[in-house]
Ligand binder design. Sequence first.
Ligand code: UTP
Length: 290
Amino acid sequence: MKIKKAVFPVAGLGTRFIPATKAMAKEMLPVVDKPIIQYAVEEAFAAGIEQIIFVTGRGKKALEDHFDRSFEIEHTLKEKGKDDLLKQIQELVPVTGTIVYTRQNQPLGLGHAIWCARDIVGDEPFAVLLADDLIQTDTPVLSEMVKKFDRLRASIAAVMEVDKDQTDKYGILDAQLVEEDIVKINDMVEKPNPEEAPSNLAIIGRYILTPRIFDFLGAKQKGAGGEIQLTDAMRSLLKEQPIFGYKFKGKRFDCGDKVGFQMANLAFALERPDMKNKLLNFIKEIQREM
Ligand code: UTP
């Protein structure tokens, strides 16, 4: 079965980014000149996704406006003959009807946010993208995962190795390598202390899940941090169905974290020929001064 729908949980409070996130969604913070969310939406469409499901919360209006037409801006750009910009903002608006919004009325956790999309997803496998995990790569992660799903016919999560002292920030796996870039997951635990972590292999914010996950999310069991965790539901799913991990190629930035966000801006800006040299010169200059 083709993966046609992608859920984007964007209802988190973004407390690590206060005050920037007091009245604005963290997903709207720009990396270079694009909001974080736009990178993930482009990744989803490139992977063949046909419907984007945003699970939003309060204060996320700018996100809805971003993916809608702005007649005022279009009109002004047209009058000023700024055709390139006009084309750019017209192209980023998906065909009407391909984006659906639902709301999580309380931020009870990532697992709960995904569960809020259950009726829109229905009885088919679907993707989940956490936009704040921004990945710089030549092989877009979701496209690769869709190919792997076609072959493995089972749930799959993007995984990467993290520093051993960072395990308490991730869902951590007990898993074995079964192919060059695929692990088979035996067990998983959310945010374990380094001493208790079964490995340093962590789940990153890209998933393809079978719809059975909704039954486990619906149990609304609270886990780490008092939140309804996706990892706990995946652990229950694991007792019935295999789940694989895809060791993706590329650099991942946690844009929900202040340092990760700055690194992402630098890394993506350095990819741009119009910015690269100016930035490198600036970096050298401040290094000399330090
Ligand atoms: P985070 O763990 O980054 O939490 O959520 P957060 O609330 O967004 O940010 P901090 O930690 O307070 O700074 C991971 C993903 O899950 C979504 C977030 O929007 C983010 O994409 N999420 C989290 C929800 O949609 N609802 C929730 O209740 C919690």
